[in-house]
Design a protein around this ligand. Sequence first.
Ligand code: HEM
Length: 516
Amino acid sequence: MGVCPRPLLLTVALVVSLYIYGKRRHRKRSGGLPYPPGPKPAFLIGNLLQIPRSKQWITYWDWRGTYGDVVGFEAGGTRVLILNSARATVDLMEKRGAIYSDRNQTPMQQEVFGSKIELFSQMNNTPEFSLHRKVVNLGFSITASRDYRPSQEREAHALLGRLLDSPARYSTHLRRTTGAIILRVTYGHEVITDDDDLVKLNEEAIAHNIPIIDPTNFIVNFIPILRFLPSWAPGAGFKEYARISMDYLKKTADIPFKEIKDKVAAGSPPACYVTQLLEENGTITGQADEEKIIKLTASLMYGAGSDTTLVAIKTFLVAMLLYPDVQKQVQKEIDTEIGPDRAPTFADMESLPYLHSCILESLRWKPGAPVGLPHSLAKDDVYEGMFIPKDTVVMANVWGILHDEKMYPDPGRFWPERWDGRFPDAKDPRKFAFGFNRRICPGRHLAFNSFWIVVACIMAVFDVRKVKDAEGREVELDYDYEQAEFFLPWVECDITPRSPAAVALIKSLVSSAAPA
Ligand code: HEM
């Protein structure tokens, strides 16, 4: 056995002293109050090894049994708080929203967004953030979102035509529809083919930028000091990745904005988010650079709103496959209220309560953001005798809350009838599925409308069934939907027109939905 080398001894001594110093400092700051309970951290690495790599919401929900509604742990030096009940979530995220609405930046995100963050989705809850949100909240308010309904109807009708022509490509068709709605509503841009340049650019940008969200993905997130390496140095590959990300962010902001500004200059601008806001330019925030705010806010919408809306629609369709009786009930309601001669429009919303229940149930059964988007705490806080330090990353276990048996009996079952008033304590899932307080999803009204019109139109004219094997037996879906990942897999499904009258209706809708 050799003697322990001196540098190693010194390093160990330093680490232990820092650890003890950290503990003492904590005691002083917290006034002796404990952190929220959670799994026991290991020396130095905290709870890194206990954090699941997938379906975290299920593990967090299981931890509730041991640690309670508010669970704390430590990951790579960052304290994380999981809110496992509606009560704790409302208490902190909503009632104390003023301090629970910052965003945490990983070192890789800092590398991409730089020291001057211009995209409000990444900003802390600063006065500048409030200005951006003011613009967005106006552009996507419940009233403004009503003005976008004709665009959504046209896109939904065009979708029916594509589903009739090539039902097996339904995933491509739906993806195009949710993207096309956002681009039409935001920039007045019409998507006419499957290989639209703006869609391609945005999809490439999403594919490139998604890994940046995951804090466990880049070496710099584990060794932040690497940020100071020059970009040519070995191990600095993340810098080139970040540069490409920045390039995508710039292009997705500049290109469509120029397109719509050119239309404005030509005197024929379509009504959309950008043009409506440009008409009020300067009066919304009183800032000289309001046009820049409009441009930057617009650039976020495709990335934030396209896949999320797609997940909601897909969840509904999967539910229709798994629960054919529910599908029949939806169609019966549409047939009775609307009849076979026309497609649903937003004017029918009030008269289709069962469809409304199915939409609520989809958002509850499989929320598209199962742990929401992480918030960060702006200053030290105390909740029910527990100390929560500044910069703690706070996440609501949305999936868990929406599967809480006390509010939603038999939570794994897709059961629209639960919304007919029989469970008065069941909270509307929109209260949780779209986030909280100052950061609540600004596109939620638009998203709900897109979701509604697309599924209402599909159900009016198509049957959606499981595919059959050579013997004519329905092929069971081989997937655990209750424990699903964020993105449900695309399953094969059989989409067929409900009748010859339905085919005729689709054809007539498609001719009137042709690009203007
Ligand atoms: C069913 C569809 C959608 C769901 C489930 C959804 C859900 C969410 C959630 C959970 C958040 C995080 C809120 C928080 O941090 O507390 C969020 C943020 C956001 N959403 Fe949505 N969203 C949807 C559709 C849309 C659409 C259609 C748009 C735009 C047209 C949009 C734009 C945004 C933006 C820009 C943010 C960032 C807000 C901020 O950081 O202040 N979303 N959304």
